[in-house]
Design a protein around this ligand. Structure first.
Ligand SMILES: Cc1ncc(COP(=O)(O)O)c(C=O)c1O
Length: 342
């Protein structure tokens, strides 16, 4: 049995998604609009508590469209040191938009509001203009943690006090909603734009949305055009994304329970170290402590048992749970780990 814990992006579309794709009403979304894309954008805007949303091919494009909409060349953006936007988007902020990034914080994913306040540049000819503050919820590199509302709103308040917009990389905001019991609308009431991935825990095959005010979306559409992100009969994939958003939010609690279960099972194996208490959503971060064995070595050994996981550092592995793994996959993982380390 294949057990794939590399990412929540590996899921295949469900039967309901495939049926919706077959029946989708489509049009040319560039020429005169695709009705299913419009419908997804309305559904996502409503869920996110924003006036409008825009469908884009990926989470990276959702973030980059937002950066392009909020900044001009020479500006500076303030981001968390390990945020996706600074760590895993190929330097796109500088390459595409000519902005520099000032990064704060450590692998915990946290941003100290006092440091954010200090990062805001004065209105002084020698300094760049602080054009945007970026947050991420849940925080990927930190292990899917939910940034607590107190800190989240305090960072956002710094932006508000200075008239600086806030973009939230909410690729996994749905996981934060389920884990915290705080609605998407409540989280996004603190930010000016938000991206949401439909193809991660929610299980759609392709697509993300970026949401905000009508004026923001008008600018975002220009950036999406420049990035080549317009899609034609995209209703085919939007139909699956609609099912993902309608059906797969609450079930994320199952993924969260499985991730905790992974940490509980692996944490007691000699040669591995993890803290089940730190598992808040669908990720378990596990350290390989066996002498002479790196995270990559352990991942390679697991592959021989058809168990797949992603190293996130020399001794760190990230196990991600999703629609396509269930308890039997955990049994396979546990047995493989015991065999390798026993
Ligand atoms: C927090 C976060 N933002 C954005 C993305 C980018 O999504 P995509 O892979 O669809 O470009 C990811 C992908 O893992 C992510 O973890």
């Amino acid at each position: 049995m294949r057990a794939d814990f590399r990412s929540d992006t590996v899921t295949r579309p469900t039967a309901a998604m495939r049926a919706a794709m077959l029946d989708a009403e489509v049009g040319d979304d560039v020429l005169d609009g695709d009705p299913t894309v419009r419908s997804l954008e309305e559904q996502a805007a409503e869920w996110l508590g924003k006036e409008r949303a825009l469908f884009v091919p990926s989470g990276t494009m959702a973030n980059q469209v937002a950066l392009g909409a909020w900044t001009k060349p020479g500006d500076e953006i303030v981001c968390q040191r390990w945020a996706h936007v600074t760590t895993y988007e190929g330097g796109a902020a500088g390459f595409l938009h000519g902005v520099q990034s000032l990064t704060l914080g450590d692998r915990s994913g946290r941003m100290d509001p006092a440091q954010v306040e200090e990062a805001v540049r004065p209105d002084f000819i020698h300094c760049p203009n602080t054009a945007l503050i970026c947050m991420e919820q849940t925080h990927n590199v930190a292990g899917g943690v939910v940034i607590p509302m107190g800190e989240f709103s305090a960072v956002a308040a710094v932006g508000k006090a200075h008239g600086i917009p806030i973009h939230l990389d909410g690729a996994r905001l749905a996981n934060a909603v389920v884990a915290s019991g705080i609605s998407a609308k409540e989280w996004t009431s603190h930010v000016d734009s938000v991206s949401l991935c439909l193809s991660k825990g929610l299980g759609a095959p392709v697509g993300s949305v970026v949401a905000g005010s009508p004026a923001f979306i008008e600018r975002a559409m220009v950036t999406r055009k420049r990035l080549g992100g317009w899609m034609r009969q995209a209703g085919l994939i939007a139909a699956a994304a609609k099912v993902a958003l309608a059906d797969n939010v609450q079930r994320l609690s199952l993924d969260h329970a499985l991730a905790k279960d992974i940490a509980e099972r692996l944490g007691v194996i000699d040669g591995l170290e993890t803290n089940p208490e730190a598992v808040e959503t669908n990720m378990a971060m596990v350290r390989v402590t066996r002498e002479g064995m790196s995270a990559a070595d352990f991942a390679a050994a697991l592959e021989a048992h058809d168990v797949h996981v992603m190293p996130m550092g020399p001794d760190l592995l990230r196990f991600v749970t999703h629609l396509d793994v269930a308890r039997p996959a955990l049994d396979v993982l546990e047995a493989a780990a015991l065999k390798i380390l026993g």
